[in-house]
Design a binder for this molecule. Structure first.
Ligand SMILES: [Mn+2]
Length: 320
């Protein structure tokens, strides 16, 4: 008898409960008032960044509805959920360090990023309120990566050395949380790489402007590649961008990479805001980013994994 569970893998929702409900219907899940019941033999896997609608793309109530649905499914054993960088940021935003100050500064930029979640939980400062008694503890309990045997999943970057450092640790351990909030610490560096990926510095004097209008000197990279002496920054930027020129990759930057072996089981991740028009297709036969910018106008995409070791483009399903 074949009792292999089929996984429906879903990346960054960012509070778009409307798209989640539409996608779950397409996948054959039935709403039951607290999340969705999967078809027999299926389980959902959420890749993190459930929260924080994007500035300029509000969806009131969506973060709350998404959290309620996903947690209910996890509690029933119908889903698994990973931590994303927005969840880590939220935990730090609402936690204090030994000096009494928030682990994530409450400046205008950080507040703006988190505003959609704050608006859905007006009680977020109340120690006895739902946000602090239910949601922060649940977010802290989420795993940082999963190896399910037939495939692997992480929010942004499967990096064995960094994952080994984080193995068995939990953000519910306050000392570990304090270490993770310090990006200069080894734990902070490791969780940053796993939840935000590898960022490659451009040569001195080179910059580009990201989708928020911020000028940057580092770009998000195709971390699964093995850059060589003649690899150019243009060939490593992910998603592809004509703002990054044919300039060489610094030797020190090449050492940040942990190339994903061609014969390894598939790895799924989100995080990267692929353009909404991206084809429903993996990056490589065993590497797939499933974030097609549902937060800002793109489709919410699921990959339905049925045991295959080569990712099959026919197994992509979009919310509409
Ligand atoms: Mn992310």
């Amino acid at each position: 008898m074949n009792d292999l569970i089929h996984y429906d893998i879903i990346a960054d929702i960012h509070g778009r409960y409307d798209k989640l409900a539409a996608l779950m219907a397409r996948l054959g899940y039935s709403p039951n008032g607290a999340g969705f019941i999967p078809p027999a033999g299926h389980r959902a896997l959420f890749l993190g960044d459930l929260i924080d609608t994007k500035p300029g793309h509000p969806f009131p109530g969506g973060v709350r509805a998404t959290l309620h649905a996903v947690k209910a499914m996890c509690d029933r054993g119908d889903a698994l959920c990973l931590l994303g960088n927005h969840e880590l940021n939220a935990i730090c935003y609402h936690s204090s360090g030994p000096n009494g100050k928030p682990l994530r500064i409450h400046g205008s930029r950080n507040r703006r990023t988190h505003q959609g979640t704050l608006d859905d939980f007006p009680d977020h400062a109340d120690p006895a309120g739902e946000w602090r008694t239910v949601w922060l503890p649940w977010l802290k309990s989420l795993p940082l990566s999963l190896d399910l045997g037939g495939f692997r999943a992480v929010h942004a970057c499967w990096h064995p050395q960094h994952l080994a450092r984080l193995a068995g640790r939990s953000l519910a351990d306050h000392d570990f949380l304090l270490a993770c909030a310090d990006q200069a610490s080894p734990d902070g560096e490791a969780i940053e790489a796993v939840l935000k990926g590898i960022e490659v510095p451009l040569p001195d004097g080179h910059f580009f402007t990201d989708h928020t209008g911020t000028q940057r000197s580092q770009f998000r990279a195709r971390w699964w590649e093995a850059p060589g002496a003649d690899t150019l920054c243009r060939d490593l930027v992910f998603p592809a961008s004509d703002q990054i020129g044919p300039v060489p990759v610094a030797p020190a930057a090449r050492e940040m990479f942990s190339p994903y072996p061609a014969d390894a089981r598939p790895v799924f991740f989100g995080h990267y805001f692929k353009p909404a028009s991206s084809p429903a297709h993996p990056e490589r036969h065993n590497v797939a980013c499933l974030d097609h910018s549902a937060a800002i106008g793109g489709p919410l995409v699921a990959y339905r994994w049925k045991g295959e070791s080569n990712i099959n483009p026919e197994h992509y399903i979009q919310h509409s």
